[in-house]
Design a protein around this ligand. Structure first.
Ligand code: HEM
Length: 443
């Protein structure tokens, strides 16, 4: 997998995904356009999502402390709820009144993944896109949960299944909105009036740079929308389910929450009030100092991520594998399911246990504990390794730390019981959501 892309190429796999799953209409012209654009289309994503300083700056723009303070709003009226609360089946047990802190019940997976998406999507496409399309989050998860896995395993798109039909309808709505977004991006870039006078001022540089490449290579607006749907999916489909599992493990593992709160405290300052607010959050310091927090994220990857690198063999190559030799011939496909070792007891002792300390090692130079990936490969490998990994990890660090600092989360049933998991599109899905009780942390 560490071979150059001239030998092991991800491009044919990406084209198949693009046409089979994301809705691109297969044609020799489209294939040629994708081949001549792909490298230049990925570069603007790398500049924001892979570069450390840019990813930090993007997350700092997201006002995470303020948003996390409204993780739940204690409102039962959808008009006053935050967008991320709408699909979480919120039930206000006790309203939030002065001197009497509120209590709500909610579905943790829905709440967390929509919270993450509401933070991340505007950083890429601006707030107007999210505000203009109220069903975006529901459509996104319907596509991701229902349609994506079925199309990946080769179920034809015309299959008379409810999940396929609903998933395709959701995908069609997303593609329509992405196409309309690209028309607005193009108008704004050309300096002509923008449809609906939409505010484009907070759209990131990535879609504008990508639009120039799309324009150069003659992509239609519908094709541009499809091309960016793949990026919207990459940005949201894994990060926010990971955030959900991370919170589920942290809150359900005895004594871990207290250890994390202690570790985070120097880098996330809280007000003196009995129900504290975050007054400042030092994201670079959190990433550097909070090694237990990082180890918890790594252990969450180990428990729930299912990364696979699939490559097309473009040039013959022989791989030495101990006593074996593998002859890979051109036009073969190779697949590396990196998660196979994650549950192997010879690699990770007691793999069924959530044990973040397994990723902490003493750094020989500083003598301090450092979180190290070891044999974990959550981002795939080689040249086509994830281009959003820096951003994704910082996002989980900042959102995770903010929620941990501000909220107490307990199981509604009284006892933590994590649901069974089924395969997802990159991160395992729970067979059912976790019903939780959420209250503001009191100091
Ligand atoms: C926890 C969150 C995430 C996980 C677990 C994850 C995982 C992966 C994996 C396993 C791959 C395939 C690598 C391979 O083929 O070897 C990949 C590719 C990719 N990811 Fe991510 N990803 C995450 C977040 C993101 C984010 C936030 C973005 C930002 C847009 C992103 C953008 C991409 C892109 C563009 C590729 C294709 C890279 C290429 O072919 O050159 N990902 N990701």
């Amino acid at each position: 997998m560490s071979q150059s892309s001239h030998t092991l190429s991800a491009e044919p796999v990406q084209y198949t995904l693009f046409t089979r799953v994301f809705g691109g209409i297969d044609s020799p012209e489209l294939k040629k356009k994708l081949e001549s654009s792909l490298k230049d289309l990925v570069a603007p994503i790398e500049r924001i999502f892979l570069n450390d300083a840019a990813a930090t700056a993007a997350i700092e723009r997201a006002c995470v402390p303020q948003k996390a303070a409204s993780f739940v709003s204690f409102s039962s009226d959808p008009v006053h709820m935050k967008r991320w609360e709408l699909s979480a089946d919120i039930r206000v047990i006790k309203p939030n009144l002065p001197g009497r802190p509120g209590i709500v019940e909610a579905n943790l997976q829905s709440l967390t993944r929509d919270f993450g998406a509401c933070v991340a999507i505007p950083l890429l496409y601006g707030s107007d896109f999210l505000n203009r399309y109220p069903e975006l989050l529901d459509d996104f998860w319907k596509f991701d949960n229902n349609l994506f896995p079925l199309l990946m395993i080769g179920i034809p798109p015309w299959a008379p299944l409810k999940m396929v039909k609903e998933g395709r309808a959701a995908r069609a709505r997303i593609l329509g909105e992405m196409e309309a977004l690209y028309r607005r991006i193009d108008q704004y870039q050309r300096g002509v009036p923008v449809d609906f006078c939409a505010d484009m001022s907070d759209v990131s540089s990535a879609p504008f740079e990508r639009n120039k490449v799309y324009e150069r290579e003659g992509w239609s607006f519908a094709e541009r929308g499809t091309g960016d749907f793949a990026i919207l999916w990459g940005q949201n489909a894994n990060t926010h389910p990971v955030l959900f599992w991370f919170l589920a493990y942290v809150y359900s593992t005895p004594s871990l929450l207290d250890r994390l709160r202690e570790e985070i405290a120097p880098d996330v300052h809280l007000s003196e009030a009995s129900l504290p607010e975050i007054t400042s959050m030092d994201l670079p310091a959190l990433s550097m100092n909070c090694q237990l927090l990082k180890a918890c994220i790594f252990e969450t990857y180990r428990m729930v991520n299912e990364p696979t690198s699939i490559r097309y063999v473009a040039r013959p190559i022989t791989i030495d594998d101990g006593e074996f030799k593998h002859e890979l011939k051109p036009s073969m496909f190779v697949s590396a399911p990196h998660a196979l070792i994650n549950q192997d007891p010879t690699v990770f002792a007691h793999p069924e246990e959530f044990d973040p300390d397994r990723f902490l090692e003493i750094d020989p130079d500083s003598g301090k504990l450092m979180a190290r990936y070891g044999r974990l490969r959550p981002w795939g490998t080689g040249v086509s390794m994830c281009k959003g990994r820096t951003f994704a990890e910082k996002e989980i660090v900042s959102l995770g730390a903010a929620i941990i600092c501000l909220w107490d989360i307990a199981p509604a049933s009284g006892t933590w019981e994590l649901p069974d998991m089924i395969p997802g599109t990159g991160v395992k899905s729970p067979v059912k959501d976790i019903r939780v009780v959420i209250t503001r942390r009191s100091l």
